[in-house]
Ligand binder design. Structure first.
Ligand SMILES: Cc1cc2nc3c(=O)[nH]c(=O)nc-3n(C[C@H](O)[C@H](O)[C@H](O)COP(=O)(O)OP(=O)(O)OC[C@H]3O[C@@H](n4cnc5c(N)ncnc54)[C@H](O)[C@@H]3O)c2cc1C
Length: 480
């Protein structure tokens, strides 16, 4: 094992651990800040697997572009689009298909359109809900009761399921909100914290006395800000591959799982299988359970809080067909399946409709999501069993009986952090514990948002914090 201790004359150093979108963005931002301020800084990025990108993985199969993880990101949260611009990727951004917007939802084995006007799960129009066949007359009356029900007082958190059921009724929650939550947060609303996921909806209730009144009042603002999703021409991996190429001032090592992290009199020692690095600051951009295990030897309370962030698992299985073998027109982004339908599949994205260019002319690319966050049994089945489940789903709902041209499977074990009840308090405790470890920073999907723009923003913010920390350290060392 070689010891790369920092000699007094060598520049301040920061080690970023984890090369997903968060760690890549953090490393990139550190490189930019160092250049901008002409500040000599050694930045190192350590990634355990043999590739960078983390959950972002795009495969090319024949002339198909297959997303194994994320396929789009929200343009309304500016960090994602801004980073693409900065990297010269603006011309590569593509909106989702404007001609077949919207998703369908399965009810009693039949597909119905989701009520229009939903933007990232927030209803922005009421009439489509009132007209939707997805809700019974009683469900609609119960939804309207929100207008009259008093707002809940107090600051206490509640589950997403409790909030929507309380305001708009259990039926609307179960038939529309819960299935959508699976796609956004990978978990059931019964365990998700409202404060951590949709704090603005609680604010609307408090401000306007009713959720519906609040949504109507902000309708103009919502329409203006839009809710469009975008992707990159070559797939989401174009973003991480470009970041990787741009990191010319960062020493990047893949195949280097960090095994231990220990605080020193000043800074930290970071140990991989083959090397030891001394760093003035460390930015952990690993899943919370990995970060928790790394801090456990020196901060049990911090480790416990990080380790208590639950993760959901899922499987994505993409299947390619000739369009003529698909009896139903693929005229939407796909469909979601409420848990009440009792199926092991939670959603099917019609990738070739949602994102033009993902499949060659005359072909269809479908992506099936298997295994809900609380259904570990399904996600753990062997490949052939998952393929059989997916094909049965496509037969039952879309009438597809043909053999797929190919299928492409990716298992995502403990991949989606769940912001369960108590998440905001947990984050506050984590922030409190970090103040005992100057130079240690935590970023990533586990904290302030699971979407790509959230991860990018968190990576940038924490990189800014780490940079300010080492600059101040350098200034104080110089002065003394
Ligand atoms: C199936 C799926 C679909 C999704 N769809 C969307 C979508 O459409 N839009 C959207 O905005 N978001 C989506 N998300 C969420 C989004 O992709 C993730 O939240 C985000 O990519 C997480 O990035 P990250 O860098 O924080 O974590 P990761 O991507 O998990 O990166 C962490 C990195 O740390 C590395 N690592 C782990 N342990 C160690 C160690 N000991 N030493 C060194 N390195 C280590 C890992 O190998 C990994 O590369 C989806 C997620 C999944 C799983």
């Amino acid at each position: 094992m070689s010891t790369l201790a920092r000699a007094p004359e060598s520049p301040p150093s920061i080690v970023v651990i984890g090369g997903g979108i968060t760690g890549l963005t953090a490393a990139y931002r550190l490189q930019s800040l160092a250049r901008e301020h002409a500040f000599p800084l050694a930045v190192r990025l350590l990634e355990s697997s043999d590739r960078l990108g983390g959950k972002i993985r795009t495969a090319r199969v024949d002339a198909f572009t297959v997303e194994e993880g994320p396929d789009i990101f929200l343009a309304r949260k500016p960090a994602g689009v801004n980073l693409c611009r900065e990297l010269g990727l603006e011309g590569r951004l593509r909106p989702t298909n404007p001609d077949h917007r919207g998703s369908l939802i399965l009810r009693d084995g039949e597909l119905f359109p989701l009520p229009e006007g939903l933007s990232a799960m927030i209803p922005t129009r009421l009439k489509p809900f009132l007209r939707s066949p997805l809700l019974s007359p009683w469900g609609k009356i119960r939804m309207g009761a929100d207008w009259l029900l008093p707002a809940r007082s107090g600051e206490a958190d509640e589950s997403v399921a409790s909030f929507f059921s309380r305001r708009l009724g259990r039926e609307l929650y179960e038939k529309i909100v819960d299935p959508l939550l699976g796609g956004l947060y990978g978990g059931s609303g019964d365990v998700l914290s409202l404060k951590a996921t949709f704090p603005h909806l609680r604010a609307l209730e408090r401000e306007h006395g009713s959720l519906l009144r609040g949504l109507l009042a902000r309708r103009g603002a919502t329409r203006q800000s839009g809710g469009a999703f975008v992707t990159l021409e070559g797939g989401m991996e174009e973003l991480t591959a470009t970041l990787e190429r741009t990191l010319t001032g960062v020493r990047v090592t893949t195949g280097a799982p960090v095994r231990s992290l220990s605080p020193r009199a000043s800074g930290f020692s970071v140990v991989t299988d083959h090397d030891r690095y001394e760093a003035d600051a460390v930015l952990l951009a690993t899943p919370a359970y990995v970060s928790g295990a790394l801090v456990a030897p020196f901060d049990d309370a911090l480790a416990r809080d990080l380790g208590s962030i639950r993760y959901g698992s899922t499987v994505t299985l993409s299947l390619a067909y000739r369009l003529r073998d698909v009896p139903r027109p693929l005229d939407a982004y796909g469909y979601i399946i409420p848990r009440s339908e009792g199926r092991p599949v939670l959603a099917c994205t019609w990738s070739s409709t949602k994102i033009p260019g993902r499949a060659p002319e005359g072909m269809a690319l479908l992506r099936v999501f298997l295994g809900r966050s609380d259904d570990y049994e399904t996600a753990g089945r062997p490949d052939h069993a998952l393929l059989a489940l997916a094909r049965e789903e496509l037969r039952a709902t879309l009438g597809i009986t043909a053999e797929p041209l190919f299928h492409h499977l990716r298992r995502w074990e403990r991949a989606m952090p769940l912001y369960t009840l108590g998440h905001p308090e947990r984050l506050a405790r984590i922030a409190g514990r970090l103040s005992a470890h100057p130079g240690l920073f935590l970023a990533g999907a586990a904290f302030h948002g699971v979407g790509i723009p959230d991860c990018i923003r968190d990576g940038e913010t924490k990189a800014g914090g780490a940079f300010a920390f080492v600059r101040a350290l350098a200034a104080s060392t110089h002065a003394s």
